[in-house]
Design a binder for this molecule. Structure first.
Ligand SMILES: C=C(O[C@@H]1C=C(C(=O)O)C=C[C@H]1O)C(=O)O
Length: 133
């Protein structure tokens, strides 16, 4: 990359991350290690993308949290969640991803979102609780 090009966020904020860090050094054939590192480069790119996607999703759900608190709506919406989970399970099947994993992953995220919504609502109610935002 030339000096005049802006550095992508993923590289700018990677700190002292060593993409070659491994406990396998010296134990693996150098050719195998080379291939492993090439694949790990893709894994690192995917992980960085996941972080950015999750950050955007949480920005959106925080807006929903404030809207719900403002209008005294409950933090969770089980009807919406059931529809989301059914949809994600179908998408996972199409993508050859384990649907049970997709469901568990979405439930994990949603439970964190609901926790945030509860905190937003509590802080609006003036009970001194810190919002998790
Ligand atoms: C974001 C919302 O709040 C909760 C979180 C959801 C999510 O993370 O997708 C979905 C439903 C709600 O339980 C919402 O109601 O849309």
């Amino acid at each position: 990359m030339s000096d005049t090009q802006p550095t992508p966020n993923a590289q700018r904020h990677s700190g002292d991350y060593d993409p070659h860090a491994s406990s396998l050094r010296g134990e693996v054939d150098p050719g195998v290690m080379e291939e492993l590192l090439a694949v790990r480069g893709s894994i690192d790119n995917i992980d960085a993308t996941l972080v950015y996607l999750l950050a955007e999703r949480f920005k959106a759900t925080q807006r929903v949290g404030h809207l719900k608190a403002e209008h005294a709506l409950p933090p969770g919406d089980p009807g919406r969640e059931a529809a989301q989970i059914a949809r994600l399970r179908r998408l996972a099947e199409d993508a050859q991803l384990d649907p049970a994993f997709a469901e568990k992953f979405l439930n994990f995220i949603i439970s964190e979102v609901i926790r945030h919504h509860q905190a937003i609502s509590a802080s609006r109610a003036g009970d001194g609780a810190d919002p998790l935002t």
